[in-house]
Design a binder for this molecule. Structure first.
Ligand code: NGQ
Ligand code: ZN
Length: 456
């Protein structure tokens, strides 16, 4: 087994370095990252090497409906009409199917350069709303897909008790999502034995709509203190308005009034922030979990990225509903949304880092690593051996210098420039193909055929 790689150029914590020898151990942890090393014929060689990206927000099952919800209805379509369609699909998925769908998704994500996924997991009950004999069954299936593909995972069992503000009772279509605080903590405990270098377990109140503030506090204090907590928040104007109507505060304001936000928290979307919320969120150290392709697809709005960066805020990216499986597309949309908004170029940067591609890749990794609660995000000893070898023979990368690499990767064309992927010390993508791609795709196609048979 190869346990070392020699990179002509590697993006390390301090920036690009030359002639870097990377070594890792049998647990998949980097043990040595040494620039200025000598090449040796015994060690595998690469030209450009990047740390693998963190995907901080995923609902794996939604991969299967990507592209199928783009048909206009009679009235205006919205987040809420999309959600009805998504619920109808979620109602039928079996444990075998979620495993097959998640494996397909994770293999695609790995091929495009994600080496970690945070799975915001709320499809937890059986199709009748009853508990599986093993209440963690569905989460265990996602974990199995992670293990089969080699993807690093943070499983976030979801607290989902209400249909809306004011403790509205769940709708029949939400029966599979129903959990209370004790049940979520029970699932967290049941998943405990699966924790290892490749898998962490946190928890997630679904939203201020689906969980009360008291439940959120109880979940936060019941979870071991080092574990990540994620929540959907302020994604739609409608949700902001409902929150104002019920508690007289905006969602992020309200959460911050009652919960000590810090780096353990990831606020997914946080699209609709006023100036004070933007500054307070940045100060808190919590991660803004931005999902640009899904937010565009669902017509959410644009996150106030420029003032958030200015205030020192921390953010990462997620593919959420999986209309895209590529970090390049998320980062490109993140920047382009801001350019369109401000009618200006090169928005995402700091004075110290003016290369927008480099800034985006590194900032999204810093935030993503916190949100994942795993030792990922940087190529340094003690972190996971998660890295991408780029296709240096591609015309976009041929002969480019280090400072140009991420500009080419993020802003030029649609070819996937990721050639090989090492995740947790395992080569899982070789020459653009996932090592178990055929078998994974076969099971995915079968799962989709079976699902169509019951949903159409
Ligand atoms: C979800 N998706 O949990 O899948 C949500 C829709 C909701 C996004 N927020 C459901 N993108 O928020 O109620
Ligand atoms: Zn989501």
């Amino acid at each position: 087994m190869t346990t070392a790689l020699f990179a002509r150029h590697a993006l390390l914590p301090g920036g690009w370095q030359r002639d870097v020898l990377l070594e890792w151990d049998a647990h998949g942890d980097l043990t040595r990252v040494a620039p200025g090393a000598a090449a040796s014929s015994e060690v595998r060689q690469a030209h450009y090497v990047l740390p693998g990206m963190v995907n901080l927000h995923s609902h794996a099952f939604q991969r299967a409906i990507g592209g199928l919800t783009e048909i206009a209805g009679d009235g205006p379509d919205s987040f809420w009409t999309w959600r009805d369609l998504m619920y109808r699909f979620a109602a039928r998925i079996t444990p075998e199917q979620i495993e097959a769908i998640a494996a397909q998704l994770f293999a695609e994500c790995l091929r495009h350069g994600y080496t970690s996924v945070c799975e915001f997991h709320y499809l937890q009950r059986d199709v009748d709303g009853g508990s599986y004999a093993r209440p963690a069954e569905m989460a265990e299936r996602v974990a199995a897909a992670g293990a089969a593909t080699g993807m690093g995972l943070t499983l976030l069992p979801v607290l989902y008790s209400h249909a809306g503000f004011g403790e509205q009772p769940l709708k029949p279509a939400q029966a599979r999502f129903r959990t209370n605080v004790d049940e979520v903590l029970g699932i967290v405990e049941a998943l405990g034995p699966l924790r290892n270098g490749q898998l962490e377990v946190g928890a997630a109140p679904h939203s201020l709509r689906a969980a009360t503030i008291d439940q959120i506090r109880a979940l936060a204090s019941g979870l071991p203190p080092d574990r990540p907590l994620h929540i959907h928040i302020a994604e739609q104007q409608g949700e902001v308005q409902q929150c104002l109507d019920h508690v007289g505060r905006r969602p992020v304001e309200y959460l911050m009034d009652h919960v000590a936000l810090d780096a353990r928290w990831c606020l997914v979307h946080a699209t609709h922030l006023d100036e004070a919320e933007t500054a307070a969120l940045a100060r808190s150290g919590a991660v803004a979990g931005l999902c640009p392709t899904t937010e565009a697809n669902l017509g959410d709005g644009l996150f106030p990225l420029a003032p958030f960066i200015e205030a020192g805020g921390r953010f990462g990216i997620g593919s959420d509903s999986h209309v895209s499986q590529s970090p390049v597309e998320e980062l490109r949309w993140l920047e382009y949304g801001q350019r369109l908004l401000h009618q200006q170029r090169n928005v995402a940067h700091t004075r110290a880092q003016r290369h927008v591609g480099d800034y985006l890749w590194r900032a999204a990794l810093e935030g993503g690593a916190h949100a994942a609660g795993r030792r990922v995000g940087l190529l340094e000893a003690g972190r996971r051996a998660d890295l991408l070898v780029l296709d240096d023979a591609h015309p976009n990368l041929d002969g480019v210098n280090e400072a140009e690499v991420l500009g080419r990767v993020v802003f030029c064309g649609n070819d996937n420039l990721v050639r090989d992927v090492l995740c947790g010390g395992r080569w899982v993508v070789e020459d653009g193909r996932h090592v178990a791609q055929e078998e994974i795709a076969r099971r995915y196609r079968q799962a989709l055929r079976d699902l169509r048979a019951v949903t159409s």
